[in-house]
Write a protein that binds this ligand. Structure first.
Ligand code: NAG
Ligand code: NAG
Ligand code: NAG
Ligand code: NAG
Ligand code: NAG
Ligand code: NAG
Ligand code: NAG
Length: 271
């Protein structure tokens, strides 16, 4: 390697390591807290009604959790869910539909929708397809027993694996409602009596979502900051290492980086 190239190479190493060193420590800027036994850390944060609305909060704008009676609650576009676990190593959270928890025979009302939040379904999940109050259905399937208390005996409800839908030909069913429900697949493997008897306990164990870097926060994080949220303006902000709050990035323009590159290129041409 020629000397100027070597200089450039060393410089890039220094630049890269200093960027990463900046980003590795949230403990001072974004102190972790607890809701019940759930540790809430960046990029999650606790929405609070008691703190000053002008206080700066640290985390992704959409990842604010309510903490009510020691239970963490997240609001997705579809509904609100209890957060029963957050795993910061695997970037995964476990959510449980609040409405069904006290139901003996859980009846899901809504499909889970993630819209454009930086969340996706985990490979640990399984997709169940519920058909409620059907007046026309294949006779080869057993209906869900625990719903049959409804006064109209002719209406039956069914649950199948969404992956089996093609084979069963559900297109000809006449049902009041079709809802997809996500559960953890290992919760279903463990139940005795199959899907019809096991979906309730599986639903109460919830499902897993993975999070990824929020697009709105990428520029801030790359610049060494943490995404923040201003409760009064309801806008995301960027919290820098020195504690100051900026709009987007802790680096002004590209000044920092381009200065070094210009200097390095200068030394290349001067040799
Ligand atoms: C993060 O900061 C805290 C407090 O300043 C310090 O105790 C800890 O060692 C730091 N951790 C890392 C990984 O730098
Ligand atoms: C939040 O925004 C308001 C209005 O612009 C501002 O007065 C306040 O200082 C901001 N809070 C923080 C912590 O930056
Ligand atoms: C929190 O406590 C509940 C009830 O004691 C328990 O079921 C759950 O697994 C705990 N969660 C974590 C993340 O420790
Ligand atoms: C579940 O299955 C339905 C129907 O096949 C599909 O529209 C939906 O995207 C699936 N959801 C997940 C999370 O796989
Ligand atoms: C079926 O319809 C009846 C009458 O409208 C209703 O009471 C019942 O809750 C429905 N069952 C399901 C599982 O949606
Ligand atoms: C849920 O999703 C399924 C499949 O995408 C759709 O057929 C059904 O109408 C949706 N149900 C509700 C209640 O939105
Ligand atoms: C803190 O850092 C940011 C970004 O590097 C800079 O814009 C700001 O002026 C600094 N604030 C103080 C008080 O040093």
């Amino acid at each position: 390697m020629s000397k100027p190239l070597q200089t450039l190479f060393t410089l890039s190493i220094i630049l890269i390591t200093s960027c990463y060193a900046d980003i590795s420590n949230t403990s001072t800027l974004c102190p972790p807290s607890f809701c019940g036994n759930i540790s809430i850390q960046y990029p999650f944060w606790i929405k609070s009604h008691t703190i000053n609305p002008s206080d700066q909060l640290c985390g992704y704008p959409d990842f604010g959790l309510e903490c009510s009676q020691d239970k963490a609650i997240i609001t997705l576009p579809s509904d609100t869910y209890y957060v029963t676990n957050i795993d910061y190593d695997t970037y995964s959270i476990t959510l449980v539909d609040i409405d069904i928890l006290d139901q003996k025979c859980p009846r899901a009302r809504k499909n889970v929708t993630l819209s454009n939040l930086p969340l996706s379904f985990s490979s640990l999940d399984l997709n169940l397809s519920f058909y409620f109050n059907c007046s026309s259905y294949p006779l080869s399937l057993d209906p869900i027993g625990c719903f049959e208390l409804s006064n109209d005996e002719k209406l039956k409800s069914y649950v199948i694996l969404a992956s089996d839908e093609g084979e069963i030909g559900y297109d000809n069913w006449k049902c009041e409602e079709h809802v997809n429900v996500i559960v953890k697949s290992d919760e279903l493997n463990d139940v005795v009596g199959g899907l019809i008897n096991g979906f309730g306990s599986a639903m109460k164990k919830g499902f897993v979502l993975n999070w990824r870097k929020a697009e709105d926060c990428a520029q801030c994080e790359i610049s060494g900051g943490y995404c923040g949220y201003n409760q009064s303006t309801k806008k995301s902000t960027c919290i820098c290492g020195n504690g100051s709050v900026v709009a987007k990035s802790c680096k002004k323009g590209h000044g920092h980086l381009s200065g070094v590159v210009t200097w390095a290129l200068g030394s290349v041409t001067s040799v």
